[in-house]
Design a protein around this ligand. Structure first.
Ligand code: ZN
Length: 339
């Protein structure tokens, strides 16, 4: 987990980053400007000396030839591990060792807790959890497509939502594998896309079936909002606080909208509880994000636990989507008004 908003925002299908986001927003608004560990003179001197001794001239060639093959595997997608990265990693652990030996609390470095690298994975458990979330989405998308006929009114909207989610989990996995300027932005923007699409999904389900023109206009509005959001963060200022506040605001709308719909349909739709449980469960689980502690065994932090905890929720959510899509199809076939 990275403090101060430089955190992965994914975990967001119907409104996964909402109320906890509000709390996190209050707690973590200040942008990353450095952490205790990387401000430490010892750490800075260590990195400077390491880079001087290993990352220029002939020693650099030695470093590159000695670097394990798997460390360059990410280069196909994002920049591989550089000599400077390795120096920072090495000096981070030396500094952590000194802190612990002196009885001090583990410091953060560049806004993040120290994580033990596994092969080329920077945050191995979060990367694995992102993969599992993505696989859960994929398995349930396949199940949805086999269980629900294409004629169902929500069929294409649900499938498109799955694709947007899969894309977000892919970038979450990449970001936790290798944190760079590009992967961080992709993780953020794709997560925002999921949150906005989940609002669109909610709009189509609750209003758009009777008023397709309304949901179309709302969809255009959301696309414009997304374009403005990404443009501002890319070309004007990458403001972590603003990004989190914007996601939180949209998320709260999403949460309340779904819950209001669940409440209104509790007597007519027997599966309404699945939707309500998913929304509430995701918010409860996201509170884990607020538990900020050094990684257990140097791999398992609150963010990783949060990502792991959302994996089973996908199954309940898609179960709801299947039930609801079949209900709508049945209603349509009987010539009744869609509810
Ligand atoms: Zn994440």
């Amino acid at each position: 987990m990275r403090l101060a908003g430089a955190r992965c925002w994914v975990n967001a299908f119907p409104a996964a980053c909402l109320l906890p986001g509000v709390l996190a927003c209050c707690l973590l608004l200040a942008p990353v400007s450095g952490s205790q560990g990387d401000k430490e003179p010892f750490y800075r001197d260590c990195v400077k000396e390491c880079v001087r001794a290993n990352c220029t001239g002939p020693p650099l060639g030695g470093f590159l030839s000695a670097q394990p093959r798997y460390m360059t595997l990410t280069a196909a997608c994002v920049p591989g591990w550089t000599c400077q990265d390795d120096c920072r990693y090495l000096c981070m652990w030396i500094t952590v060792g000194l802190y612990l030996a002196e009885g001090y609390r583990v410091p953060q470095f560049h806004g993040k807790w120290p994580f033990t690298r596994f092969l080329c994975f920077e945050e191995p458990v979060s990367a694995l959890a992102s993969l599992l979330n993505g696989l859960a989405c994929l398995v349930m998308l396949i199940r949805y497509r086999s269980a629900v006929p294409r004629q169902s009114p929500m069929y294409y909207t649900c499938c498109a939502f799955s694709m947007v989610s899969l894309n977000a989990w892919f970038w979450s996995m990449v970001f936790h594998t290798r944190d760079t300027y590009l992967t961080e932005k992709m993780d953020y923007f794709c997560a925002s896309a999921v949150i906005l699409y989940s609002v669109y999904l909610c709009c189509v389900r609750t209003l758009g079936l009777q008023r397709p023109d309304l949901s179309s206009c709302f969809g255009v509005l959301l696309i414009l909002m997304f374009a403005s959001h990404v443009s501002y963060l890319t070309f004007v200022n990458f403001d972590y606080g603003y990004n989190m506040a914007a996601n939180t605001a949209i998320g709260i709308i999403n949460l309340l909208w779904w819950l209001a719909w669940c409440y209104g349909n509790r007597r007519t739709l027997p599966y309404w509880w699945k939707c309500a449980a998913v929304v509430l469960l995701l918010h409860g689980l996201a509170l884990l994000e607020l538990l900020d502690f050094p990684p257990l065994l140097w791999v398992l932090d609150a963010h990783a636990i949060w990502h792991l905890s959302t994996v089973p929720v996908h199954f309940l959510f898609y179960s709801f989507l299947i039930d609801d899509s079949l209900h709508l199809l049945n209603t349509q076939k009987r010539g009744l008004k869609l509810d």
